[in-house]
Design a protein around this ligand. Structure first.
Ligand code: UDP
Ligand code: MG
Length: 321
C-alpha cells in the first residue's frame, strides 16, 4: 500500500464461492475502474474449501488493487466482514456479498450520496424481496420489526450488510470492545448521520446460500440478546402472574372443599403441570442464552484468525497452502 490511503475500500466476505467468483470479480472491477479514484478490494476468504482460494490468487495476479485476506478457518459471515473492515484503509469502506445479490454499481451511488450529503453511513436498502422465499421474507420482516423496537428507529428495515461507512464510522466500530457485534444493529446504534440507497436485490448469480435456517436463528438470538434484556423481564412478569392466578385458584379450591363440592380437575391439573414445566424450561433456555453471551465475552477469544494477508507478503507467497 502506498502512502496515501485509497478513497474507497470494498470488503467482500467469501466462503466457497467458486462458481460465482469469476463473474463477481469481473463485474466489480468494471464498476470500480469506472470510478476514476483510488480504491482497494479486501477479499476475505472465510476458510473456503473449494476452488475459491485458487481463484482469488489468480484474480490477484491481474488485479493489483485486489488484496486477499485469508482466515484460518470458516468463522462466519459476520466475523469475515469484521476482519475485512478492520483491515481496510479507505476513506470510505463499503461491504458487499460475493454472490452478486447486491449490485456493485450501487456502491458508486452510495459513495456519491455520502460525499454530497456528508453522511457517515449509507445503507443499501432492498426495495423489495421478490428474490427471497416467502418464508425468508416473513421471518426477515419479523426480525426487523423486533430489532427496530429494541434498538431504535434508526435501524433501517431490510438493510443487510450492504453498506458504506466513512473512516470515522469504521474507527468507531474498531473502538468497540465487543468481539462479535451484530453489525447491522451496531452500525445504526453508533448514531452517525446516515442515508439510504434503494436497490433491487437480485437472486444469487450462482452457487447456494450459506445461510441455512440454523444460522438465521443464531443471528436472531444474537441480535436480541446483544441489545435487550427485555425477554428476561417477561419471565419475571409471567412468574408474577402465575403466582396471582395460582393464589386465586387455591382460594377457590379451599372454598370448594368446605362447601363439600368435589373439584373435578385431573385434566386441568395435568395441563397446568405441563404448562408450567414448559414455561420454566423456555425461560431457563433463554437465561442460558444470556449466560452464554457472558461466557463467550469473558473468554474473549478472537472471532477469527488471519492465516495470510496479501498486503504483508509478496504476491508469490500468498498462494493457498
Ligand atoms: N459468507 C462467508 N462466510 C460464511 C457464510 C457466508 O463469508 O460462513 C459469505 C458468502 O460467501 C457471501 C456472503 O457471506 O459472500 C453472504 O452469504 P450468502 O449469500 O450465502 O447469504 P444469503 O444471501 O443467502 O443470506
Ligand atoms: Mg446471498
Amino acid at each position: 500500500m502506498g502512502a496515501a490511503p485509497p478513497v474507497l475500500s470494498v470488503v467482500v466476505p467469501i466462503f466457497n464461492e467458486e462458481s460465482v467468483l469469476p463473474l463477481f470479480v469481473a463485474r466489480l472491477r468494471t464498476v470500480l475502474d469506472s470510478l476514476g479514484e483510488t480504491y482497494e478490494v479486501v477479499a476475505v476468504d472465510d476458510g473456503s474449501v473449494d476452488a475459491t482460494p485458487a481463484a482469488l490468487s489468480g484474480a490477484r495476479r491481474q488485479w493489483p488493487q485486489l488484496r486477499v485476506v485469508r482466515l484460518r478457518r470458516n468463522s462466519g459471515h459476520q466475523a469475515a466482514l469484521i476482519a475485512g473492515l478492520m483491515r481496510a484503509h479507505g476513506t470510505y469502506v463499503a461491504s458487499i456479498d460475493a454472490d452478486l445479490q447486491d449490485p456493485p454499481e450501487t456502491i458508486l451511488e452510495m459513495l456519491r450520496l455520502a460525499r454530497d450529503e456528508h453522511l457517515d453511513i449509507v445503507y443499501g436498502v432492498r426495495n423489495d424481496r421478490h428474490s427471497d422465499t416467502l418464508f425468508k421474507r416473513w421471518t426477515a420482516g419479523l426480525y426487523y420489526k423486533i430489532m427496530r423496537r429494541l434498538v431504535g428507529k434508526q435501524v433501517p428495515a431490510h438493510a443487510g450488510d450492504f453498506r458504506l461507512l466513512s473512516r470515522a464510522a469504521v474507527e468507531a466500530l474498531r473502538e468497540l470492545p465487543e468481539r462479535s457485534p451484530v453489525l447491522r444493529l451496531v452500525v445504526p446504534w453508533l448514531g452517525f448521520p446516515s442515508g439510504e440507497v434503494l436497490y433491487q436485490r437480485a437472486g444469487r448469480a450462482a452457487g447456494r446460500t450459506k445461510y441455512p435456517l440454523s444460522k438465521m436463528f443464531a443471528l436472531a438470538t444474537d441480535s436480541i440478546t446483544s441489545f435487550s434484556s427485555a425477554p428476561l423481564r417477561v419471565a419475571t412478569w409471567l412468574g408474577l402472574i402465575g403466582v396471582i392466578v395460582s393464589g386465586v385458584l387455591a382460594v377457590i379450591a379451599v372454598v370448594a372443599f368446605f362447601l363439600d363440592e368435589t373439584v373435578r380437575g385431573w385434566p386441568s391439573l395435568f395441563i397446568a403441570i405441563v404448562f408450567l414445566g414448559a414455561v420454566q424450561l423456555l425461560f431457563l433456555g433463554l437465561l442460558g442464552e444470556y449466560v452464554a453471551r457472558i461466557y463467550t465475552s469473558v473468554q474473549a477469544r478472537p472471532a477469527y484468525y488471519i492465516a495470510s494477508d496479501s498486503e504483508n507478503a509478496p504476491a508469490e507467497n500468498v498462494e493457498e497452502r
